[in-house]
Design a protein around this ligand. Structure first.
Ligand code: ADP
Length: 261
């Protein structure tokens, strides 16, 4: 009953900021959300803020970082995110920010501790709410920043669900043909970053299998001409060099120089 009342209240709100804040908090505490309540209607009856998707012309301009666990998506994404005109969003980080005792937090813990992927619909909904909240707070400015997505989409179904949200301009595939080298990286990350899902050998190996079965097909889902392959076993600086070669011209062509008015 309580949720119905909240949804009604939300439906009557005309302020995007209030709606977004609600969604942010609801995602953190795991409150189920009726997404139809997220649409803000203006007096002329047109939707001005649709939480569930953007119009096709208004989708977030995006570069995807794809790669197995431990391939260095987070390392490269974090560096790119420090450059003006780039905004980095890691799906794993969004999940880790959720209160572990909330409904969504429990779902995340249940799947991630087994080395499995959180179900597609929950993941994409949570991600869409989170990124929208960051636009409302002006941390991510879709008209000025190239979005660097790391760790999502991780299945072909997620890629399909995300089509209404993102326009993919390039896919950086951090490939690795040496499983053992990747496992060694994950073991080291477990010690450094206190990541429980990296600490268990069986979980690490299962994550690799899940990657091969579920995420690798995402590479083939997108047009070949968008794909750029980078060997993830190179040094971080060389990998960054290769990635910048590709993404800097995109940022330059699609957006104006972020340091000029
Ligand atoms: P890694 O850096 O090893 O690739 P992440 O930090 O990206 O790991 O993700 C950690 C865990 O969070 C995953 O094993 C999975 O359980 C969950 N997760 C993250 N992103 C997604 C996603 N797009 N779809 C489903 N589950 C996800």
């Amino acid at each position: 009953m309580c949720f119905v009342a909240w949804d009604d209240w939300l439906r009557n709100q005309s302020d995007c900021r209030i709606k977004s804040k609600y969604f942010e908090i609801a995602a953190q505490v795991g409150v189920p959300i009726d997404s139809s309540a997220a649409v803000v209607r203006n007096p002329l009856g047109r939707d001005t803020c649709d939480h569930d998707g953007l119009s096709m012309t208004n989708r977030y301009k995006t570069v995807l970082l794809l790669g197995a666990p431990g391939a260095g998506k987070g390392t490269q994404g974090n560096i790119l995110g420090t450059i003006p005109g780039f905004y980095h969003c890691s799906c794993g980080d969004v999940f880790r920010q959720i209160d572990i005792s909330s409904e969504l937090g429990k779902i995340f813990y249940e799947y991630s501790s087994r080395g499995e992927l959180v179900p597609d619909d929950v993941t994409v909904k949570m991600w869409a709410q989170s990124i929208h909240a960051h636009t409302v707070l002006s941390e991510y400015k879709p008209h000025a920043d190239l979005l660097i997505l790391d760790g999502i989409p991780r299945t072909v179904e997620q890629a399909k669900l995300m089509e209404k949200h993102i326009e993919v301009l390039k896919i950086i595939h951090l490939y690795c043909n040496d499983e053992e080298a990747m496992f060694e990286r994950l073991r080291r990350r477990a010690l450094k970053a206190n990541r429980l899902d990296d600490a268990d050998e069986k979980v690490i190996r299962h994550r690799w299998d899940v990657y091969e079965a579920e995420t690798r097909p995402v590479v083939d889902y997108y047009p070949k001409e968008l794909l750029f392959e980078v060997n993830s076993l190179g040094s971080p600086a060389m990998i960054l060099h290769d990635i910048l070669d590709v993404v800097a011209p995109i940022q330059d062509q699609v957006f104006k120089n972020p340091l000029q008015d």
